[in-house]
Write a protein that binds this ligand. Structure first.
Ligand code: PA5
Length: 454
């Protein structure tokens, strides 16, 4: 199978004037980078980094569940937030046909439409529930902790509507839960209702869970190539666990991003795919990079307040929205272009008639050629201004490549965590707002905090 490539040439102008990465800087980081990789790889199999075991898992239970329920539901509603939703959305955009939900049941091979509810906006929630035929809907509630207020509120709203539509006794046929194997309110509810439940193994945090039941149950139900995803992730796992230092794509990505941030002041990490299929992978990356690396303290408890700012963009669309800033605004960004060598469709731009002579240069080219030209031109134009970029190229957007790409980014986040010397797997910064919300919503035990906020 063809692998993705990562090109960092446009980060290395060769100038020793402190504006660009230099071979010396890479050389200096090399021992630490390899140490970081070793630390991550050595944790594999210890259960601490459970996401590293996911590529090797047997997907049979997800596929069996999908097979048992084939043709049974018209809609699959995923309720989750953060790492319990972004991965599913990224997979769906990348691997389902465009406008999947608009296809007829036959075109979808009788598989369900897919909706992801990851917010508590009342207008959106009401509109979505108004559209779904609940009698033909399966609801996958996903929450690692099984307690997240937003997702539990979504569950309660949907539960009431479902009970009215199908009756209490049939609720268990319309829910499937993905949650912690033992703890949390969702687990208890699932047990009480007799709902089918999939476990999120310990050591798999939300933003590292896309290749667990979190992403793979919806993937299997909607007919994505689950085995292909895992095969791609496995291939990347083998590669990143073997290749050392700068020869390792996860190290290269993490190391370059780290140096650009900490040595050159480029703390904004833009991910800009030139493939509409990968637009939500950039969104998923935004969470992975932000929650993993944005930390107040290092692992010794010293205050460090570190973390790059991940930004998502889409080529070519954002050339007409963001590029002006990237080219001429503050020199504080490193752009990762994500290109695709082979698209599934070929669309040729027709030659214009005599009235359109000014457009003749476009005629006869394909849209893929235009997309590639725009990506290359943008990287070149940024480089002319001394603005660095990396280019990741996927052979094509299929399950294998996407599985490999996601796993590479997870590995890179873990390695970058080592370089920043922070815990890449916690998110203490979101706790306080969570507790304040509990207080404002009247949860027992939070009365004092409620008074403080009011
Ligand atoms: O990456 C994370 O751990 C978070 O973004 C969680 O996924 C998010 O907070 C939702 O948590 P849970 O799955 O427990 O509902």
């Amino acid at each position: 199978m063809e692998r993705l490539t990562l090109d960092t040439a446009k980060c290395m102008s060769g100038a020793e004037d402190g504006t660009s990465l230099t071979p010396k800087m890479l050389e200096r980081l090399a021992p630490r980078l390899e140490g970081a990789r070793r630390a991550v790889v050595d944790a594999a199999g210890t259960g601490m980094l459970g996401w590293m075991d996911l590529p090797g898992q047997d997907p049979a239970p997800y596929l069996a569940f999908a097979a048992q329920n084939a043709g049974r539901y018209d809609c699959l509603l995923v309720i989750g937030i953060g790492g319990s939703a972004l991965g599913t959305t990224a997979l769906a955009t990348a691997l389902l046909p465009f406008y999947y939900n608009e296809l007829s049941p036959a075109q979808r091979a009788q598989r369900p439409r897919l909706y992801v509810l990851d917010n508590v906006d009342p207008d959106e929630t009401a509109a979505l529930l108004g559209r779904l035929d609940l009698e033909k809907t399966l609801v996958n509630v996903i929450s690692k902790s099984g307690t997240t207020g937003e997702s539990m509120a979504g569950y309660l709203v949907v539960r009431e509507r479902l009970a009215a539509a199908v009756g209490e006794a049939a609720l268990k046929d319309h829910f499937v839960f993905t949650t912690d194997p033992t703890g949390g309110a969702l687990r208890r509810i699932g047990e009480a209702l007799g709902v089918t439940m999939f476990d999120l193994p310990p050591g798999v945090g939300g933003r590292f869970s896309v290749l667990s039941a979190v992403g793979l149950v919806p993937a299997a139900l909607t007919g994505m190539d689950v085995r292909g995803l895992l095969a791609g992730a496995r291939d990347m796992a083998e590669w990143t666990e073997r290749a050392e230092g700068w020869d390792n794509p996860a190290c290269l990505f993490a190391g370059v991003q780290y140096l650009e941030d900490t040595c050159l002041g480029r703390y904004i990490s833009v991910m800009m795919p030139y493939s509409a299929r990968l637009r939500d992978v950039a969104d998923w990356y935004r969470q992975l990079w932000a929650e993993s690396l944005g930390k107040e303290t290092d692992r010794q408890g010293q205050t460090v307040n570190v973390g790059p700012l991940p930004v998502k963009a889409l080529g070519v669309t954002d050339q007409h929205s963001q590029l002006q800033l990237y080219a001429e605004g503050p020199d504080d960004k490193v752009v990762t272009f994500v290109g695709v060598r082979e698209f599934s469709e070929t669309v040729t731009i027709p030659a214009p008639g005599p009235e359109g002579e000014a457009l003749a240069y476009l005629g006869g080219h394909t849209l893929a050629e235009l997309l590639w030209a725009e990506q290359k031109a943008t990287a070149w134009a940024l480089a002319q201004r001394g603005r660095p970029s990396l280019t990741i190229t996927l052979p094509r957007v299929d399950a294998f490549s996407v599985g490999a790409f996601l796993y590479m980014l997870e590995m890179a986040a873990a390695i970058a965590g080592e370089l920043y010397d922070v815990d890449a797997f916690d998110q203490p910064g979101v706790e306080l707002a969570k507790q304040a919300t509990y207080a404002l919503m009247g949860r027992p035990g939070y009365e004092a905090l409620a008074r403080e906020i009011e």
